[in-house]
Design a protein around this ligand. Structure first.
Ligand SMILES: Nc1ncnc2c1ncn2[C@@H]1O[C@H](COP(=O)(O)OP(=O)(O)OP(=O)(O)O)[C@@H](O)[C@H]1O
Ligand SMILES: [Mg+2]
Length: 367
């Protein structure tokens, strides 16, 4: 996986930025608030179709600008691709994606082309804040390479919204609510199958990574506790909970309530983990997702590393270096180039430096 060029128009504080990449290690340096993370954000859009740090797409448009446009040229599996991504200001149908010039009609058809894994400080939330963040991570990870999953997920959420809407309507008959049950059960079953398979594979990598990172001291694992156990069970509960669901105006069972414990026995890292254990778990998890993509596609995804290296201690840095050696291409942001050079400086990999200042980028120097 190799990103050759990215061009941004009105993306956050980048009015007009075009970058050509010729190296495997790329550094974006600059002071706080200059627009480094914005660059990683634009790259990760190509994989995740949404921002890793923002749910409101309007925030991606440069203030007072009616649109934003990202165009990327990259190589995947020996083939060249052009990916174009545009968002217009407004309420409906405002996202447009083109791959090799062709408009993608179904959004889920545009995933899996550009594969990347992002590591950024807020990732710690995946461990600390529990199931909502864990499902969010899992969904975006699976969706970034599996268009069927993304399609089921979009449909599930749409159906859930409809059912919840009906639940809130006092005049709705039971029938008007129950009409959503079977389609929901169907989607939920597909989602559960894929989540279950993914977590058990992810866990194999996760345990191995954590074992290396903690020298065997942190024997934690990821498990999957689906909220409903089978289609049968789902059906029974939707019917059995109808009264309660009407009272709360919300569907109380289903995949949107799945749990993803990380820890051991019935203890979760979110409640007992030390800061160091949590950090190791995040790195082990993100690395696991990297390794799974590598195993599935035979090609290393691009790594996007947002300002986290300085936070790592020596042991974790070493581990990290190995990962960087394995990857095809890695993008780093930092305010402190010297600090980063200390340990990636010696890597025998071609490097490139870009200096970011107030949304403008100039090429620094190559080494
Ligand atoms: N929609 C937007 N339009 C214009 N500017 C924006 C928009 N959203 C964010 N910004 C600006 O972008 C800058 C933040 O960019 P970014 O998060 O990339 O900074 P950074 O270089 O990563 O900084 P740090 O080192 O603090 O992480 C801020 O100056 C912010 O005001
Ligand atoms: Mg930043």
């Amino acid at each position: 996986m190799y990103l050759r060029r990215i061009a941004l128009q009105n993306f956050r504080n980048h009015e007009q930025t075009t970058l050509d990449f010729k190296s495997r290690l790329i550094f974006f340096i600059g002071n706080n608030g200059e627009g480094k993370t914005n660059l990683l954000e634009s790259i990760s859009l190509l994989s995740y179709l949404k921002s890793f740090r923002e749910t409101d797409e309007n925030q991606l448009l440069k203030w007072d600008s009616p649109f934003t446009f990202v165009r990327a040229e990259f190589e995947a599996g020996g083939e060249d691709f052009v990916f174009e991504y545009g968002i217009e200001k407004g309420q409906f149908k405002r996202k447009k994606i083109k791959i090799n010039g062709e408009v993608i009609k179904k959004i889920s058809d545009s995933v899996g082309y550009f594969r990347s894994v992002i590591l950024s400080p807020p990732d710690i939330q995946i461990i600390e804040s529990g199931n909502v963040e864990r499902r969010r991570f899992l969904d975006s990870f699976i969706s970034s390479t599996n268009k069927n999953y993304l399609h089921h997920l979009i449909e599930y959420n749409r159906l859930l919204k409809q059912r919840n809407h009906a639940l809130k309507k006092e005049t709705a008959t039971d029938k008007e609510i129950e009409i959503w049950n079977e389609p929901l059960i169907e989607r939920d079953s597909e989602i559960r199958k894929i989540r279950s398979q993914t977590i058990s594979r992810l866990n194999v990598f996760f345990e191995k990574n954590l074992n290396l990172l903690s020298q065997g001291k942190d024997p934690f694992h990821i498990t999957y506790k689906p909220n409903v156990l089978s289609e049968e069970n789902h059906r029974e509960r939707l019917v059995g909970n109808l009264k309660k669901d009407r009272a709360i105006g919300y569907t109380s069972c289903g995949g949107h309530r799945d749990d993803i414990p990380i820890g051991f026995d019935d203890k979760d890292l979110s409640s007992f983990g030390s800061q160091g254990q949590k950090r190791s778990a995040v790195i082990a998890l993100k690395t696991a997702s990297f390794q799974m993509i590598l195993e599935d596609t035979g090609e290393a995804p691009v790594l996007l590393i947002d300002d986290i290296i300085r936070e790592l201690d020596v042991k974790r840095r070493e581990y990290f270096l190995n990962l960087i050696l394995e990857c095809g291409q890695a993008f780093f942001t930092t305010t402190d180039l010297e600090g980063i050079k200390e340990y990636v400086g010696n890597l025998e990999i071609d490097k490139e430096i870009f200096v970011i200042q107030n949304g403008k980028v100039s090429q620094g120097f190559e080494k």
